[in-house]
Design a protein around this ligand. Structure first.
Ligand SMILES: Cc1cc2nc3c(=O)[nH]c(=O)nc-3n(C[C@H](O)[C@H](O)[C@H](O)COP(=O)(O)OP(=O)(O)OC[C@H]3O[C@@H](n4cnc5c(N)ncnc54)[C@H](O)[C@@H]3O)c2cc1C
Length: 406
C-alpha cells in the first residue's frame, strides 16, 4: 500500500520534530519518519542549551535537569579561566525527555509518526522506506531531510554537505564537578586538537564527558586519557557521533529541503546545533507546508527557506567558521597567551556579562565598544604573526558582524 502525505520529514531529532510540528500546524498532512523507535534517544549530545532554546523548541521546563551559571576553561599550560554570572546562562536538558516532549507536541499538532522506519532513498515526490524486512513507498509533495549526518536525503538529491565533519565521543559516568552549576571545558592540542573537550553535570551524581577533534584525529584515546586524568568515575554509557561544521549549500532541491545537522545549521565555535536547528526547522516546516498546499514545490519555490535561514544564522555560522579556521592555526603557546590576556578581570567581566552561546559574534561588538580593553590583546599580535594577518582577520570578521554598508 502506498502512503500519501503533503510533507514527509525524515529524522525525528530536534530539528525534524519541530519542522514536522510546524508543517502540521500550518495545515499540511505530515509524516515524521525515524529509523529508531520513539522511546529511543539516538543522538549523542551534551544537552547544553541557552534558556531561549526552550521557546525555539516549543517545550517547557520539564526537560531541564539543571541551570548553568558558569564555565571553567582549562588551558594548555594549566591556566584556568572561570566565568560566572549570577543568572543561568545555559541549561542542561534530559535528551530522552526532550525527544518525548517534542514527539508528543508533534502528535498533538496532527503529525503521524512512522518509527522505526529507515529511509533508504528519496526522489522528487517519493521516499523508499524500510519497515522491518519489507520496503514501502511514501508519496509526498515535499521531503524535509532532518536526518543528521550523513543525510540520506542530501545524498539522494545531490545536495550540499557540511564543510567539516568532526569526530566526537561522549561518555556518561558517575561523578561531580567542583561546582554543580558550572561546566568544564578543556582546550589545547594536547587534549583535543582541532576542537575541545567538556564535562557537563547532568542528572545528580552524573557527568557527560566528551571530546571532539579535527577530522583526521581519533578522539577515543584522548577521551580515555582525559577521563583517567580528570574524571575517574564509573562509566555508564558511551556514544560516538559527528559534529558537522559549515553550512551545507544548496539546502534546497525540487521537492526537498534540508534542516538541522543535515544542513550544517550548527554553531562552529561550540558545535551546538539544537537552538540553530530548531530556529531553522520552524522556517522549514512553514515553507514546506506552504509549498505542498499551493503545489509550488520546485527548488525556486523553496528558495525563500534557504534565504530565510541564511538571514537568521548565516552570518553567525560564517563568523564561527572564521574563528574555527583561526583556532586551527593557533599553537598551544598562543592559546595559553590568549587565555592569559583574557584573565584580566575587566575582560572576564565582559565575557561573563556579554557572552551568548547562541551569538558569540556579539562579543566582538561588545569588545569594540570598550577601547580601554584593547591593549589587553596587544601581546597576541606578535604571537599571531604581526599586525597584518590580525588586521586581515579583523576585517573579515567585521564584515560578518556588521552589514556591508556600515
Ligand atoms: C558529542 C556531541 C555533543 C553535542 N552537544 C551539544 C550541546 O551541548 N548543545 C547543542 O545545542 N548541541 C550539541 N550537539 C549538537 C546537537 O546534538 C545536534 O546539532 C542536534 O542534535 C541535531 O539535531 P538534528 O535533528 O538535526 O539531527 P539528529 O539529532 O542527529 O537527528 C537525526 C535523526 O534522524 C534519524 N535518521 C537518520 N538517518 C535516517 C534515515 N535514513 N531514515 C530515518 N531516520 C533517520 C536518526 O535516527 C535521528 O533521530 C552535540 C553533538 C555531539 C555529536
Amino acid at each position: 500500500m502506498v502512503k500519501r502525505y503533503d510533507v514527509a520529514v525524515v529524522g525525528a531529532g530536534t530539528a525534524g520534530a519541530v519542522a514536522a510540528r510546524q508543517a502540521a500546524a500550518a495545515g499540511a498532512h505530515t509524516v515524521l519518519i525515524d529509523a529508531h523507535p520513539a522511546a529511543d534517544q539516538p543522538s549523542v549530545c551534551a544537552g547544553l542549551i541557552s534558556p531561549r532554546t526552550l521557546d525555539a523548541l516549543g517545550v517547557g521546563g520539564e526537560i531541564v535537569l539543571r541551570p548553568i551559571r558558569g564555565v571553567r576553561i582549562q588551558g594548555p599550560d594549566g591556566t584556568q579561566l572561570r566565568l560566572r554570572h549570577p543568572e543561568a546562562r545555559a541549561l542542561v536538558i534530559d535528551r530522552r525527555r526532550t525527544r518525548g516532549a517534542l514527539l508528543n507536541a508533534a502528535a498533538e499538532a496532527g503529525v503521524e509518526l512512522l518509527a522505526p522506519a529507515r529511509c533508504v532513498s528519496a526522489a522528487p515526490g517519493s521516499l523508499r522506506i524500510r519497515l522491518g524486512d519489507r520496503e514501502e513507498t511514501v508519496e509526498t509533495c515535499v521531503i524535509v531531510g532532518a536526518d543528521g549526518v550523513p543525510s540520506t536525503v542530501a545524498r539522494s538529491f545531490g545536495l550540499g554537505a557540511p564543510q567539516w565533519l568532526l569526530p566526537a565521543r561522549q561518555i556518561h559516568l558517575s561523578g561531580r564537578l567542583e561546582a554543580e552549576d558550572e561546566v568544564e571545558v578543556h582546550i589545547g592540542c594536547a587534549v583535543a586538537p582541532g576542537f575541545f573537550a567538556w564535562a557537563v553535570p547532568a542528572e545528580p551524581g552524573e557527568l557527560r564527558v566528551g571530546i571532539a577533534c579535527g577530522p583526521s584525529e581519533d578522539p577515543e584515546p584522548r577521551l580515555e586519557a582525559l577521563r583517567e586524568r580528570s574524571y575517574p568515575g564509573r562509566p555508564r554509557a558511551r556514544g560516538a557521533a559527528t559534529i558537522p561544521l559549515g553550512a551545507a549549500l544548496p539546502s534546497i532541491a525540487d521537492g526537498a529541503l534540508l534542516v538541522g545537522d543535515a544542513a550544517g545549521q550548527v554553531k562552529p565555535i561550540s558545535g551546538g546545533g539544537i537552538y540553530t536547528g530548531a530556529r531553522c526547522a520552524a522556517i522549514a516546516g512553514r515553507i514546506a507546508a506552504w509549498a505542498a498546499l499551493s503545489g509550488r514545490t520546485t527548488a525556486e519555490d523553496l528558495r525563500p527557506y534557504e534565504q530565510q535561514w541564511q538571514a537568521e544564522i548565516g552570518n553567525e555560522i560564517a563568523f564561527g567558521m572564521e574563528i574555527h579556521r583561526l583556532r586551527a592555526g593557533v599553537s598551544d603557546r598562543q592559546l595559553a597567551a590568549a587565555l592569559q590576556a583574557a584573565s584580566d578581570p575587566r575582560v572576564l567581566a565582559l565575557l561573563a556579562e556579554e557572552g551568548d552561546i547562541d551569538a558569540p559574534s556579539r562579543l566582538v561588538d561588545a569588545f569594540l565598544g570598550r577601547p580601554e580593553l584593547w591593549p589587553t590583546l596587544m601581546p597576541l599580535i606578535g604571537l599571531l604573526g604581526g599586525a597584518a594577518p590580525v588586521v586581515d582577520a579583523v576585517r573579515r570578521i567585521a564584515r560578518l558582524i556588521r552589514p556591508p554598508h556600515l
